[in-house]
Write a new protein. Structure first.
Length: 93
């Protein structure tokens, strides 16, 4: 997960990331990358919003994300709606 940084993910904003789970793979668009209030000297903290298709829903859980900007990362993904998903990152610096 060392390449899943704010800078790398922000540079991929607007592109498609492959999400791999137990039931196959789905492609989601990285729609927004924002630093969170916790971000600062002690923490690297940000959130990522992803958009998908209503006919390809994902449940809350850990998935492998693949993208050329950050390689592969296993992250916890939460649905906000039937088409929007969110990831929160908080890493000690």
């Amino acid at each position: 997960m060392e390449k899943f940084t704010f800078e790398n993910v922000e540079s991929a904003q607007g592109s498609v990331v492959k999400i791999v789970g137990q039931n196959g793979e789905v492609k989601l668009e990285i729609s927004s990358v924002k630093k969170s209030k916790l971000d600062g000297d002690e923490w690297n903290a940000f959130s990522v919003l992803l958009n998908g298709k209503a006919n390809e829903p994902l449940s809350q859980g850990t998935y492998k994300l693949e993208h050329e900007a950050f390689g592969e990362a296993e992250l916890f993904l939460s649905p906000n709606s039937e088409t929007e998903y969110e990831i929160h990152i908080a890493q000690k610096r």
